[in-house]
Design a binder for this molecule. Structure first.
Ligand SMILES: Nc1ncnc2c1ncn2[C@@H]1O[C@H](COP(=O)(O)OP(=O)(O)OP(=O)(O)O)[C@@H](O)[C@H]1O
Ligand SMILES: [Mg+2]
Length: 314
């Protein structure tokens, strides 16, 4: 099972749109995909469920908030019990053998995130605080790798645009990190902070694992950046505009993160409302238009980077 976190500090760069469409395309290719919405804004969830469906079926008992809301996340509820299968999107690739499941989010996750972070304090011994750090940060990793957790080919985690504790649990849980970014000054400026903060987290986690007091419960983590994918790219006459090309070159030349060859163009017609009817745009049509073909190449590149066959599962 591959686990990939989709993240960027910067808001509105296309993280959720990419997660929803990539997950749907992978499922259409026959893969078993789980989407995990870790953003209290709940946009990924609403890409597949209407607000009414979420209120009636999910809000009270079936969101990730319920899972994180415990002394140690997951103590009171099993992650597997929160999995739901959005029907409309799954109908569009019924014959592929693939499947798209989701764990939905909840606005209340904001408060839980703050409470979890506060819980890191309050332990007086050094060993105690290291153990608490490892317990909290590895909670999601532990749940996804439990023997009785359903078998998926790919888990995609849509992170909130912050580096709170919930986002950190996603980094500890993942093998790869995908970073959507707009080709503009502010979006590219934050990339090095993101890389630096992830490296610090990994270093601290592994340091604590290595200094633990004789138990073998935790293993070192090695999440890697799959790359930056530029989104909402302005294309005129088949070319990226000169201004955006400048920012892309800047990242190519100076950033520690690789840049994916494929990009997502700005297309409000396709992505302006990615959840229209509960079916992401990239699996909605017959797949012949230019934007859908471009996205398919991006999916090839990402799945290839995860060592998954771009041709699909079968
Ligand atoms: N390629 C695109 N072309 C046009 N519009 C897009 C594209 N990708 C995303 N959008 C639109 O841009 C807005 C922001 O996208 P999205 O919600 O995916 O970003 P995000 O990074 O997840 O935001 P947040 O940080 O708030 O979670 C949405 O209205 C979405 O419909
Ligand atoms: Mg989002």
């Amino acid at each position: 099972m591959r686990v990939m976190a989709v993240m960027n500090y910067k808001g509105g760069v296309g993280k959720t749109t990419l997660t929803a469409n990539l997950g749907a395309v992978a499922a259409k290719r026959g893969f078993r995909v789980l989407l995990l919405d870790l953003d209290p804004q709940t946009n990924l969830t609403f890409s597949f469920f209407s607000i009414e469906e979420w209120h009636n079926r999910l809000k009270d008992n079936c969101t990730i908030r319920k899972w994180y809301d415990a002394e140690v996340p997951g103590r009171d509820v099993s992650l597997a019990d929160l999995i739901v299968t959005p029907e409309r999107v799954n109908k569009t690739f019924r014959d592929s053998g693939g499947r798209l499941d989701l764990i939905s989010s909840h606005l209340g996750l904001i408060d839980i995130d703050l409470e979890l972070a506060a819980r890191l304090g309050g332990t007086t011994t050094i060993d105690g605080s290291k153990r608490k750090f490892l317990d909290l940060h590895s909670c999601l990793r532990g749940a996804l790798t439990k023997d009785d957790f359903p078998d998926y080919d790919l888990v995609l985690i849509d992170c909130a645009p912050n580096f709170g504790l919930v986002t950190k649990t996603a980094i500890v849980a993942c093998d790869r990190i995908l970073v959507p970014a707009k080709a503009d000054y502010l979006s590219t400026l934050g990339l090095d902070y993101l890389v630096g903060n992830c490296a610090n987290l990994v270093e601290q986690f592994n340091d604590y694992v290595n200094h633990k007091d004789g138990t073998t419960r935790y293993r070192p983590i090695t999440p890697e950046f799959l790359g930056v994918v530029f989104t909402m790219v302005q294309i005129y006459s088949q070319q990226v505009t000169a201004a955006q090309q400048m920012y892309i070159q800047e990242v190519l030349a100076n950033s520690a993160v690789p840049v994916l060859d494929n990009k997502i163009r700005n297309s409000p017609r396709h992505f302006g409302d990615s959840g229209e009817g509960g079916v992401p745009a990239m699996v909605r049509g017959n797949g012949t238009d230019e934007v859908t073909r471009e996205f398919d190449h991006l999916a090839d590149e990402v799945l290839g980077g995860l060592a998954m066959s771009s041709a699909g599962r079968r």
